[in-house]
Design a protein around this ligand. Structure first.
Ligand code: NI
Length: 224
């Protein structure tokens, strides 16, 4: 499932991230790429200083924890340290699939969901669309600052060349309690039905049934 999450970050959070990134050092993105990805990766990434990284992680995890759509669609279990990537004119990231396993030794985890959080307004740069291959063809994504898109980490995707201005994004990879994208999508839709019923008909018998089905499907499919 490819899903947009509008306004994941609010103005204050965007401002704080901007402040941290303004004084951060950016290095060649190839340093963090595997051998295949490094052939097609032409961007820059923030050099992770422990103090500023800790602050950035706190902002992102708090935004995710407060966003009901994110929680319901991703069912997050573990998350890699995010990457902050910058694309100047001429930079691009060709077709690739994200690493299946991330994290340091001893704390390795599987990447199920990839997330791109846009940090610049779309009109401030030319190009730089995130292009994701789906069963319904290629989808081009370029969202307002603060908005995010999530997609299965198994998807083939690329970033179109930036021709003007600067593309700045945060990237996160998450292991979900539910590894199968089709099951996550069913759970997300059932959760929406359940929320709707709980809000509109809390006393109805069918509301209780939907709630029970959701809980027990998550129990059936969830891994920890
Ligand atoms: Ni990628």
């Amino acid at each position: 499932m490819l899903l947009e999450i509008p306004g994941l970050l609010n103005e204050a959070q965007l401002h704080k991230i901007d402040e941290v990134l303004a004084s951060a050092e950016f290095v060649d993105g190839k340093l963090s790429a595997g051998s295949v990805a490094s052939q097609v990766k032409h961007n820059e990434e923030m050099k992770a200083e422990p103090q500023s990284m800790e602050l950035l992680i706190r902002i992102l995890t708090s935004a995710m924890a407060h966003n009901a759509t994110f929680r319901s669609a991703v069912l997050p279990y573990r998350m890699a340290d995010p990457i902050f990537a910058r694309y100047q004119p001429g930079m691009t990231y060709g077709d690739h699939v994200d690493d299946p396993l991330m994290g340091h030794s001893g704390q390795r985890f599987r990447t199920d969901v990839s997330m791109t959080i846009f940090l610049r307004e779309p009109h401030s740069y030319q190009g730089g669309e995130l292009v994701i291959g789906t069963t319904f063809g290629q989808q081009q994504i370029k969202l307002p600052a603060g908005s995010a898109v999530i997609y299965p980490s198994s998807s083939l995707h690329h970033v179109a060349p930036v021709t003007e201005g600067e593309r700045l994004v945060a990237l996160a990879w998450i292991q979900s309690y539910v590894r199968d994208p089709a099951r996550r999508e069913l759970l997300y839709e059932l959760d929406r039905v359940r929320e709707h019923l709980l809000h509109n008909a809390p006393q109805e018998e069918h509301t209780g049934l939907a709630d029970k089905s959701y809980a027990n499907l998550l129990r059936m499919w969830g891994d920890v």
